[in-house]
Design a binder for this molecule. Structure first.
Ligand code: C5P
Length: 405
């Protein structure tokens, strides 16, 4: 199942140089399983031809409210009734001003006004010069559109086509896609604050060398994304990994287990759910050398002594908030065999209500996994699937347990 299977999206383009990104967005939507109907304003046609959008969407493009293809000549009604969502990308300053006033002098604005407001969400991705973006009129319009129930996406920052630098760039197609996919997910964690640890830790030996492990962080990042999609505020404490931050997630980068312990301590009081997916190093080097340990000709090997790292999850699960039920803790166990027995024992040892087992060597670095959920009642397998699919299932399970408690 792709993220947008069975979804029909009307993709609206208003005038702006960011129309070139709408072509990529259209492809991304189709790739995610959606059917896409493109509607363009006259100004959008100055930047992108309908031919390009037709080829990418595999449907003829609508540009006029007088389109004679519609037997009842009501394209604005027909197109908006079919849609699961209308996405206007790019949304120009002028188009947003028009939406705000409920003006309807071309097909796209007419269709937005005519959409069944309870059933068809309207998402706009603003794109404009930085002065236009920060202008009080635009900011006022944006605030009012949000109050009217329109999903106004944020804007990117950086170099603009006009040569200036600042806020107002349209989000990248994959960012818009991620926000749209999130919109369709059930908001089972609305009002919750989820703290997630992810990735490995890195324990320095000297300024250039250290000890780490093969955790990729992908499962933890997928859980952070799924929790955010489910409506939670999410803080992600990430060890050293090269993964993009999920949209809308607050990320705190750390390196060592002690850094991670401190970041968790700083953020855990605000959290109502703690999910520890990080592969925290069990030991760190006792005396980190201030300078690079040099190889000399004596044949003497460096002698490393270790000390045990704190068990972050066990500490959190023993805290008064966790013990009172104000903080729900979820642990992970990466095992190589006998998953049920090891996960059951680890759940007891860590003192958590839910422990998620997986076979580490079978999943390290990969995009898919299989999980075994162990709680007081027993165990439940989540069958082999992508890490994001499993993360969404786990989030639903956590939400179910929160509701029951
Ligand atoms: O003991 P083990 O490392 O197998 O436990 C795994 C679980 O405990 C994971 O949830 C992991 O994030 C957490 N953990 C931790 N701090 C440690 C070791 C593990 O939070 N020092």
């Amino acid at each position: 199942m792709s993220d947008l299977s069975n979804k029909h999206i009307v993709l609206g383009l208003s005038g702006g140089i960011a129309c070139y990104k709408a072509a990529e967005l259209c492809r991304a939507l189709v790739k995610a399983g959606a059917t896409v109907q493109v509607v363009m304003t006259e100004a959008a046609g100055q930047f992108m031809t309908p031919v390009t959008m037709q080829a990418l969407s595999n449907r003829t493009v609508y540009t006029s409210q007088w389109d004679a293809r519609e037997l009842n000549n009501m394209a604005h009604i027909n197109l908006s009734r079919e849609a699961h969502a209308i996405v206007v990308a790019p949304a120009s300053a002028d188009f947003m001003a028009k939406l705000l006033h409920g003006r309807a002098d071309d097909l796209l604005s007419l269709m937005c006004l005519a959409r069944p407001i309870e059933r068809v969400p309207l998402i706009v991705a603003p794109a404009m010069n930085r002065e236009m973006w920060t202008h009080p009129a635009t900011q006022r319009n944006m605030a009012q559109l949000k109050a009217d129930g329109v999903h106004v996406l944020d804007v990117g920052q950086g170099e603009q086509a006009c040569g200036e630098t600042g806020d107002g760039r349209m989000l990248e197609p994959e960012e818009i896609l991620e926000d749209l996919v999130a919109l369709f997910q059930p908001k089972v964690l609305a009002g919750q604050h989820v703290l997630v640890t992810a990735g490995p830790t890195y324990e320095a030996m000297d300024p250039v060398r250290g000890i780490t492990n093969l955790s990729s962080g992908k499962m933890g990042f997928a859980i952070a994304r799924a929790a955010r999609e489910a409506g939670a505020a999410v803080t992600l404490v990430a060890g050293p990994v090269l993964l993009p931050t999920p949209r809308g997630v607050h990320r705190v980068d750390v390196r060592s287990a002690l850094d991670m312990q401190m970041a968790v301590a700083q953020n855990v009081d605000a959290a109502s759910v703690f999910v520890a997916t990080a592969a925290v190093a069990d030991w760190r080097v006792a005396d980190v050398a201030g300078q690079k340990i040099k190889k000399d000709d004596s044949g003497q090997l460096p002698q490393l002594a270790f000390v045990e790292n704190p068990d972050i999850l066990a500490e959190v699960s023993q805290s008064p908030r966790a013990q009172s039920g104000a903080l729900y803790c979820v642990g992970f166990a990466a095992e190589s065999h006998d998953l049920l027995n090891h996960a059951t024992a680890k759940r007891a040892r860590k003192g958590v209500p839910l422990l998620v087992g997986n076979i580490g060597p079978a999943t390290f670095g990969l995009d898919d996994n299989a999980l075994l959920l162990v709680d007081e009642q027993g165990s439940q397998a989540l069958e082999h699937a992508s890490k994001l699919t499993l993360a969404r299932q786990l989030v639903a399970e956590i939400a179910r347990r929160l509701k029951a408690s």
